[in-house]
Design a protein around this ligand. Structure first.
Ligand code: SIN
Length: 302
């Protein structure tokens, strides 16, 4: 195999984070620039030609439409370059699932696009960033990674953007996939896929929109009253995602308030506040004009 040409877009996060000592818990994400990071990667001695670009250097709680637009444009250019074999995006873990799914919906699948992060900053004992990045290089260099949509590598697992969700606040095993637990296993020296590529055809599913509509998430809890809905929805609101109880349930007065909005034409999606589980379409959804999120969690349904 020829030495792969990989383009790296850095956006910040813990993978680029630093603390004042190797044992302190508090640290600042987005401190290491792309040149310094690629210098660390070079020391691993992995055969690949890496070129890097800094798109942002933030904690991913600040990720949003403006940076998504720049990232989308940069990745689209790279994918179109015949010399580029694959793309890696370094990203904070808090919102990596949202960025990955947005890209998954709006990029063609002709070349591997892999997002990667770390749970421990670069100064920490047991920094996981280089291991995860070496794994991401392995995946992005594999022609068989194309046609699987956007992928996320965390730990020694490969997740599909559609499935991945952050499920723990700490520890290097902080991600789960649902409904597919993961789609591959990876180490710096091995890669095993579970099954064939599932996204045949190279076209993006949707065009990328810079002007993303205002869609709030209503987190349902016991004792919720309809005035929570009134406080959440403004004239700008274009749709609402319900992070519902169990299989997307909500107190009846809340359901009635939302059904009244849906009857006026507002898209209303029922998802679940639980980490795992389908929210299937029910007969009342026809009556209420609600959409069932099925396996998408609220932030992805949004
Ligand atoms: C962030 O999402 O930027 C901070 C947390 C992390 O990267 O693990």
């Amino acid at each position: 195999m020829n030495t792969p040409n990989l383009t790296v877009f850095a956006t910040g996060g813990t993978i680029a984070g630093k603390a004042d000592s190797a044992t302190r818990h508090d640290y600042r994400p987005g401190q290491i620039g792309i040149a310094e990071f690629l210098g660390l990667v070079e020391e691993l001695g992995i055969a690949a030609n890496l070129t890097g670009e800094q798109i942002a250097n933030i904690g991913s709680e600040d990720m949003g439409p403006e940076i998504w637009q720049r990232l989308h444009l940069a990745i689209s250019k790279s994918i179109a370059d015949p010399d580029c074999d694959g793309v890696i995006v370094t990203h904070g873990t808090d919102t990596v699932e949202e960025t990955a799914f947005l890209l998954d919906l709006t990029l063609p699948t002709s070349k591997p696009v892999v997002l990667v992060g770390a749970m421990r900053p670069a100064t920490a004992v047991g920094y996981d960033g280089l291991r995860n990045f070496a794994n991401a290089m392995r995946v992005a260099s594999d022609p068989d990674a194309a046609g699987r949509g956007v992928l996320v590598v965390m730990g020694d697992r490969v997740f599909a953007a559609r499935d991945i969700r952050k499920s723990r606040t700490r520890g290097t095993d902080a991600f789960q996939g649902f409904p597919r637990a993961s789609v591959g296993l990876v180490t710096p020296s091995s890669l095993d896929w579970f099954g064939a590529p599932w996204r045949v055809g190279e076209e993006a599913r949707f065009p990328f929109r810079a002007d993303l509509p205002d869609v709030p998430i209503l987190f349902v809890h016991a004792g919720m009253t309809p005035d929570y809905v009134a406080r959440l929805v403004t004239d700008e609101t274009c749709g609402v995602v319900v992070s519902g109880l169990g299989e997307g349930n909500m107190p009846d007065p809340v359901r009635q308030a939302l059904a009244a909005m849906a009857a006026e034409g507002m898209p209303l999606v029922r998802a679940s506040r639980l980490d795992e589980g389908l929210v299937d379409r029910e007969p009342e959804d026809d009556e209420n004009r609600f959409v069932a999120a099925r396996a998408l969690n609220p932030q992805k349904a949004r």
